[in-house]
Design a protein. Sequence first.
Length: 148
Amino acid sequence: MAAQSLGGQVVWLSTVRKDEKTSTLGKYIDRQGSNALWMARSLRAAKALCEIRADMPWPHDGQAHDYKPGDPRCPYRQLNVYADEFMTAAQDGDFGEFIQNDGNDLTVTGLKYGIGFNPAGQSPFAHNGFSTEQPADHLQHGLARRHA
């Protein structure tokens, strides 16, 4: 995140709870917040920015274009939206459904407008929605059969 920010990209970080790493990163990035409401608001803002960028004319020809990384004619910088502890926030009683839906929308449409959505921070086995039914040795045997 710090490298992206120092490289000229815009970085937003939201997390459910502030910790030492996210506080340290906050010194180098553009926006940071630490609760489900802040995550919901940052996702909503990024989604609205997609709509704005969809109609934003590029100065060289006055037309709107899809984002092209590295194109010096592009009128906006890449935005990287990080959602640490995303799965926990998506289960929040007040904002979880909103967080999940806007996260899904950004995953599908964000890159077209130079907006990368990066949900992060937890094992897929830690929350509902991911199967923990298969023991690890069953997974290893399945992998062994495929390579045999």
